[in-house]
Design a protein around this ligand. Structure first.
Ligand code: IMP
Ligand code: MG
Length: 183
């Protein structure tokens, strides 16, 4: 797996230090009282596990399966909600966690749905945000790192289902993308 990586963009130590700061900001910003955290599967799993252990307050954890990326390295535009039931968020403060803000379509669609479902307030946190124009108007309230417009893997992020368990954020070798057929 490691041999498929061209270069490490953000190493584990740097990520962990940044998560300390993000968790402190989240604790400071949310009003006292219970908080519902919604984790977007599967990409935000690793980020969520490491971030939430740093947040010292009562939280409920819910997961949401959405499809916005179909396989390779390009977004298809449409966002589908795949779960039979949507988490109960009426009257709650919600913290939404995703791995990366790319076109913005996923975050935009989920935030809209959370408001429709009656959430009192929604804030979002992403580990990464690509420095590029978004397809829709959306921004995250907490951003771990701004990165360039390139495809990255690791720390939850995948390429065709692989590399999520790499402990750092890295860029794949072009030959790997060509070999398994990215677009
Ligand atoms: P958006 O809806 O275009 O903002 O895309 C969000 C989703 O696309 C993320 O939750 C990721 O699953 C996926 N994605 C976008 N960019 C990357 C990347 O560089 N590596 C891995 N997955 C990505
Ligand atoms: Mg994802």
């Amino acid at each position: 797996m490691r041999e498929d990586i061209e270069r490490v963009l953000i190493d584990e130590v740097v990520i962990e230090k940044r998560l300390d700061g993000m968790a402190a900001a989240i604790e400071r910003d949310f009003p006292p009282g219970p908080l519902v955290v919604i984790i977007l599967l599967k990409g935000a799993l690793v980020f969520a596990a490491d971030l939430l252990r740093r947040v010292a307050r009562p939280i409920g954890i819910e997961c949401l399966n959405v499809a916005s990326y179909h396989g390779a390295t390009t977004s298809c535009g449409k966002v589908d909600f795949l779960d039979r039931q949507f988490p109960e968020v009426r009257g709650r403060h919600v913290l939404l966690l995703d791995d990366i803000l790319d076109t913005g379509r996923t975050l935009h669609a989920v935030i809209e749905r959370l408001h429709e479902e009656g959430a009192t307030a929604v804030r979002s946190a992403v580990l990464l945000a690509k420095d590029k124009p978004r397809a829709v108007t959306v921004s995250a309230d907490y951003v771990g790192f701004e990165i360039g417009d390139e495809f990255v893997v690791g720390y939850g992020l995948d390429y065709l289902g692989r590399y999520r368990n790499l402990p750092f954020i890295g860029v794949l070798k072009a030959a790997v993308v060509a070999r398994v057929g990215g677009s």
